[in-house]
Design a protein around this ligand. Sequence first.
Ligand code: ADP
Ligand code: MG
Length: 264
Amino acid sequence: MTIVFTIASGKGGTGKTTVTSNLGSMLAYYKKRTFILDADMGMANLGLVLGLEKMPVSLHEVLAGKANVHDAIYEGPFGVNVIPSGLSLEGFKDANPDRLKDVMTEIVDECDILIIDAPAGINHDGIVPLAVADEVILVVNPDISSIVDALKTKMLTEMIGGTVRGAILNRVSSVDDAMTKEQIEKMLGVKVIGMVPEDANIRRASAARAPVVVKFPSSHAAKAFRKIARDIAGVQANEEDMAVETVKKEGFVERLARALFPGS
Ligand code: ADP
Ligand code: MG
C-alpha cells in the first residue's frame, strides 16, 4: 500500500520544499521506499536544493507526455527517489497537471510513501496535488497571515473531499510565544504534528545542495525532521539517531567546562 502525502501551504516560502526534501530523505533512511515529487512546476526548486537541477528529463516532460516517469526518477540522499521538475518556463507551459494521477499509478508498486511538494496558491496545478493525496500536511509559519492562508488551503482540501493530517509549524523561534501551538491548532482546526525551529543550517545545507538532515544531522532543525519522520514511519529512534541527537544536548556551561578541563 502506498500512502501519498501532499505538502501544502497557503502562501509561498513557508518551507514546503524544505519539509519535502528532509522528510523524504529521513523516511528513506528509515527503510521506507520513498518518492518525492516536485509538483511546484512553476517555481521548481526541489531538484535545486538536492543538486539535481540539470537532469535531462523532469516531471515537465512526463506531464507533457514526452517521457516516461521512470526516466525522470533520480537517486537522492539515503536512496530516496526524486522526481524533480525542470527549471524552464517553456516546459512548465506544456505540462498537464491532470497527468499526475497516471504518474502515481506507474510508481505505486515500487513505493511505500510518496511525498508531493505542492505549489502555493489555489490554481488548478495546486488543486490536483491536494485532490490526489491520501493526507495533506500543511506547512505554516508562526504568523497570522501564514495561518489564515493555510486555513484556506485546508478548507479547499476538504471541499474537494481530501483529508488534512496536520500541520508542521516551521521557523519557530523562542520568541514566538506570542502564538502558542495550542492557539495555532485551534485556529487551524488540525493538530500540529511537528515543530521545526528557525535554523540557519537549513539555508547552509541548501547552498551545499543537501537536506539539513544529511549535511548537519545534529542541528536543531535536523532533529525536528528526524522526529517527524519517525512519527510518520512509526519507528523508534535507533542507536545512530540517539548518537546524533545527543551531540548538541550539551549546553554552554558543559561545553565551557569541557574546554577548560578536557578529559574531566
Ligand atoms: P517553499 O517551498 O514553501 O516555498 P522553501 O522550503 O523553499 O519554501 O523555504 C523558503 C526559504 O526559507 C528557503 O530559503 C529555505 O532555506 C528557508 N527556510 C525554510 N525553513 C527554514 C527554517 N526552519 N529555518 C531557516 N530557514 C528556513
Ligand atoms: Mg518550494
